[in-house]
Structures are given as C-alpha cells and as structure tokens.
Write a protein that binds this ligand. Structure first.
Ligand code: NAG
Ligand code: NAG
Ligand code: NAG
Ligand code: NAG
Length: 327
C-alpha cells in the first residue's frame, strides 16, 4: 500500500484566521516522482472558500508571477484536487541533496520553501500563501524541543520507510506497484523533509539483489515479502544526514519476515552490520548514569546528543541469541 508520510505544515495565519488553510502535497499518481502531480488541499477547516487558488513557482506575496495553474472549482468534498502541474525535477537547496558531497548546507531551523507555492485569492486580494517545505533542522534549533522527552514530541514518521522504487516505468508487477512500494521518496529525502522516525522490516538473502547487484550484503529492506534494497546503503544515508544536520532519528527494526526464522545468528549478523555502519552514533544506554536508567522515550534530544549520538535504535532484543549490551 502507498502510505504517504506527514509533512510538517506550519500555517501562517496572521490576520487571515477566516481564510481556508490551503496547502500542497504531492500526488502518488506518477511512475516517477518527477511525473507526479501537485495536489492542492484545503481540508475540513475550510469554511469560507476563496474564489480561486493558484499554484506558483515563486512566492506570489513578494513577486509578481503568473500562476502555473488556476483552480476555481473548490467544491470537491474530498478537500483536495490534483492539479495538472507536475513536480518535475525536485532539487533541494545546496548541500541538502544526497549527491551534494562536500557542500556545507545552510541550516533552516524554520524550514525552507521549495519553489512550489499555493495561494488563495478573492479576486485580486491575496488570502493565504503556503509552500512545500523542507525541514532539515527542525529539531536541532529549538531549545525547548531539545529539552522535552521524546514521548512528548510529535515525531513525524513513515511506514516501510525504505520501500520505494525510483522509477516504476518498467515495473509490470501489480504487487510491486501497489503493495511493495510504500514510499515515493528515498530515506534521505524523507529526512530532509523532516521525518525522524523510520520503520524497517529486514530480510536475509544470500543471492544478489536485482536492484543493486554491486552490493553483496545479505541484509535487505523488505516489504510485503519482497526484498527491496540493501540495508547498508540506507544506513549510510541516515548517517550522513544526521552528521550534517545533528538531528536525532529513531530507527525501528519492526520485523524480520525473511530468513530469520530459526536463525538467531542472523540477528547477530545484523547487529554487527549496525555496529559497523552506525555504531559510533547510536545512543547506548549506560544504566549507571541518570540518563541511562531512563526508558528511551523519556530521554530528551539534548541527552541523546550529549556525546554526539544521533540515533535511537529500537530492536526486539528478545530475538537476539544472547543478551547484548545497550539498545
Ligand atoms: C471571498 O468572497 C466570497 C464571496 O465571493 C465570500 O463568501 C468569502 O467569505 C470571501 N472569503 C474570504 C476569506 O474573505
Ligand atoms: C473529487 O475529485 C476527485 C479527483 O480529484 C474525483 O475522483 C471525485 O469524483 C471528486 N468528487 C466530487 C464530489 O466532485
Ligand atoms: C524511467 O524509466 C524509463 C524507462 O526505462 C525512462 O524512459 C525514463 O526516462 C525514466 N525516468 C526517470 C525520471 O528516470
Ligand atoms: C557509565 O557511566 C559511568 C559514570 O559516568 C562511567 O564511569 C562508566 O565508564 C560508563 N560505562 C560505559 C560502558 O560507558
């Protein structure tokens, strides 16, 4: 199933409290992200409809730009409408693209608009403006967030986080299209958008994977009983992101559907891989300290980051063949 993730949306409603809160999402209709359409949403809080809504590639409150699309029929009770504007090539600001190696990015504690704006109007009167935003630094920059226990935070997360296929054009299988692929964005992009909780199902397989034959590792991301991609590359992306942003990310290893049954030693193998790839940045509980004696969800971001640790790993320790130290 497709399960799109939550973007953190901050409305700017100074004197516009009556206006409808209109925001953008990306439709799941394309075979690639590039081919997917922009979706305009107005949701249940919309009581007084604007006359029209425009999609822009610049902020229409600061620059005069003609709309790329103009939507006048806002009566659809679903609260959203798929526009005919495609996302096209989505680029993040310098340094926040996965391929931008060795570029130090600007920090955006309040988020940063990508060039996709939506504005609502009555005639020529501008009512609201909103944009599609990235949130690469939302956690790091707000002191009060850093001091709150994890359980009191709203942490945006995704389901089957690494179950995406970049280009479905050649994929014939309905199973893959409709069930295996759960995400439109790779894990890196999800993190840039603000996701901080990732969910992984892991499989073990000795044969090389069809999606990446260069990687001989045996641990794979799995969804709906299909191997999707090697785990190692996903871990590397996560590591690079947290080193760049200093954000805290929770990795939930929720199930082990392929190859682990009656093979407890494979949990040890996976544990070894995790230590090798991200061991130095995983928060390890030291039960002789005050923080270490806390449950994970009682820790604050500040406590986790104190020794340059950025990852919390949730793992069903009862699966391990022998008790491991730490979490
Ligand atoms: C926009 O104009 C319509 C009438 O055309 C009115 O009903 C509505 O309240 C106005 N919306 C806002 C937010 O002012
Ligand atoms: C709302 O729009 C969707 C497609 O965007 C369409 O399938 C549906 O029929 C529309 N509903 C109404 C009530 O117009
Ligand atoms: C997706 O794959 C098709 C067929 O291989 C190719 O023509 C198309 O350019 C690809 N699209 C992207 C965005 O990579
Ligand atoms: C745990 O914390 C105590 C007190 O700070 C310290 O002496 C000890 O070395 C720590 N143990 C580990 C395994 O880090």
């Amino acid at each position: 199933m497709y399960l799109s993730f939550l973007l953190i949306i901050c409305y700017t409603l100074p004197s516009l409290l009556r206006a409808c809160p209109i925001y953008l999402t990306i439709s799941l209709d394309g075979k690639t992200l590039q081919d997917s359409h922009i979706e305009v949403n107005w949701g249940p809080e919309c009581h007084e409809y604007p006359e029209w809504i425009g999609i822009f590639n610049e902020d229409p409150s600061t620059a005069y730009v003609p709309p790329e699309a103009r939507i006048t029929d806002i009566t659809n009770s679903s609260g959203k409408i798929v526009s005919d504007v495609k996302i096209g090539k989505l680029r993040f600001p310098q340094g926040w693209n996965n391929y931008d190696e060795n570029v130090v990015p600007i920090e955006y504690p309040k988020g940063k608009c990508l060039p996709y704006y939506v504005a609502s109007f009555n005639g020529t009167e501008l009512l609201t403006v909103e944009c599609l935003k990235i949130q690469p630094n939302w956690m790091s920059k707000l002191d009060h967030i850093a001091q709150m226990p994890l359980k009191e935070l709203f942490i945006p997360g995704t389901h089957a986080s690494a179950a995406y296929v970049a280009n479905l054009t050649k994929t014939k299988s309905v199973l893959i299209k409709d069930y295996v692929v759960a995400q439109q964005f790779d894990v890196w992009s999800q993190l840039v958008f603000g996701i901080r909780y990732l969910d992984f199902s892991i499989g073990y397989d000795k044969i090389d994977d069809v999606y990446d034959s260069n990687n001989a590792d045996n641990f794979y991301i799995v969804n709906e009983n299909k191997l999707v991609r090697p785990l190692r590359s996903v871990l590397r992306d996560i590591k690079r992101f947290v080193q760049l942003s200093h954000e805290v990310v929770i990795l939930d290893f929720s199930s082990f559907p392929i190859g682990f049954y009656k093979h407890p030693e494979r949990h040890s193998g996976l544990n070894h891989l995790l230590r090798e790839e991200v061991g130095d940045i995983v928060y390890i509980r030291n039960t002789s300290t005050q923080e270490g004696s806390k449950q994970c969800d009682e820790l604050t971001i500040e406590e986790i980051r104190k020794d340059n640790k950025y990852l919390i790993i949730l793992y069903p320790v009862q699966e391990l063949p022998y008790p491991e130290s730490g979490d």
